[in-house]
Design a protein around this ligand. Structure first.
Ligand code: G6P
Length: 360
């Protein structure tokens, strides 16, 4: 209703703006008396005893899971596989000897994810649900729950739930690292605080992203998001946002894979949005941008402070390299929002989509 939207024209914009606050709420919710971030001791024990984690999710939550894989593998040194619930249910991979399952679901009600949860519980495996809704079906049916503390998300296109999922996964990964004996690499309280401030800066730069949306997407038929490493995962989420609310054909691609097929699609003025937030692949992604630019693409590089080059369209404030998705996704959310707005789309209620899909 209008009251809940306050002065905002759409829930989506309100929810994008809430992200810095959500980061702070998550820090508070997971902080112990010593000021450190801590997960439930049973979850920590389960993480310490497993030989492989299987993350199961759909849509935006699946994209958060991809980022979570990187966080858990780097910070806790446990191998992780990420699976789409709708695929896993029908085509289960060979499981490891001591698997545990993490279900990521904003609503906690997604039928595809629930079907897998029921199956793995029947098999006797341990399941953790990461959800925004306490008491939801996936929360009740799993062994353990970690809450997102994002507050109700009303817009169909998920924004603050995604960043909350990534932040909670970072806390899980970092504290699980203590259980597996991995060296602590991330001061999560400090780094999430830096993220929250960076998010604020981005939420205060809306005109920039509106300009990018009008310039690149006002009349576009398609749009590509490219990145390498974790930027590739964020690109997948950027493409999903744009598809969901603006109906522009959009895809996320791994920068290095372009030459193996996708580059055939590049024409004069094809919009290509590239993320460059990772030191190790900065040169390589920029080479990919040059390849598509040479074929006529309209390129837009969003880089991170410290890695920027002249001509970059936007430079994100610096955050810890493992937490860049929390900030790099915000320009993509806002670009999608303004693209949809200017194309006259129903931002909060896109056609054919439901907020939570409770049928298989
Ligand atoms: C629906 C929504 C998406 C969401 C997906 C998974 O398709 O439209 O925004 O990412 O379901 O939802 P969940 O509640 O399980 O995260």
């Amino acid at each position: 209703t209008d009251i809940e939207k306050g002065t905002y024209p759409h829930f989506m914009l309100k929810e994008i703006d809430e992200q810095p606050l959500v980061m702070r709420k998550i820090i508070q919710a997971y902080q112990n008396e010593d000021g450190n971030l801590e997960i439930d001791s049973d979850i920590k024990q389960a993480m310490g005893a497993t030989d492989r984690i299987y993350i199961i999710a759909c849509g935006t939550s699946y994209h958060a899971g991809l980022v979570g894989k990187q966080l858990i593998e780097k910070l806790a040194k446990i191998p992780v596989e990420v699976h789409l619930a709708s695929e896993f249910g029908y085509n289960m991979p060979l499981l490891s000897a001591k698997p545990i399952f993490i279900f990521i679901s904003q609503s906690g009600e997604t039928a595809d994810s629930r079907a897998v949860l029921v199956k793995v519980k029947e098999m006797g495996h341990c399941a953790i649900t990461i959800t925004n809704v306490p008491g939801s079906t996936l929360s009740r049916e799993a062994d353990y729950t970690m809450l997102l503390h994002a507050g109700p998300e009303i817009a169909v296109a998920s924004t603050k739930a995604y960043t909350a999922q990534v932040a909670v996964l970072a806390i899980l990964a970092s504290d699980a690292g203590a259980a597996t004996g991995a060296k602590a690499e991330l001061d999560v309280v400090k780094e999430l605080g830096i993220v929250a401030s960076a998010m604020e800066t981005l939420c205060n730069s809306k005109e920039e992203f509106e300009k990018i949306a009008t310039e690149y997407l006002a009349v576009a038929f398609d749009c590509f998001f490219i990145g390498r490493s974790v930027d590739y995962y964020v690109g997948l989420e950027g493409a999903l946002k744009l598809k969901e609310i603006s109906y522009i054909q959009a895809e996320g691609f791994a920068g290095g894979e372009l030459k193996h097929g996708t580059i055939a699609l590049i024409e004069r003025h094809t919009p290509v949005i590239a993320l460059a937030t990772q030191f190790g692949v900065n040169g390589a992604i920029r080479a990919n941008v040059r390849e598509v630019a040479a074929r006529g693409a309209s390129t837009c590089i969003i880089s991170m402070k410290g890695l920027e080059t002249e001509g970059d369209r936007f430079v994100l404030p610096a955050v810890h390299e493992l937490l860049t998705p929390l900030v790099s996704v915000i320009p993509l959310q806002l670009i999608s929002y303004y693209a949809a707005l200017h194309r006259g789309c129903d931002v909060d209620k896109p056609r054919n989509l439901a907020k939570s899909v409770t049928v298989e």
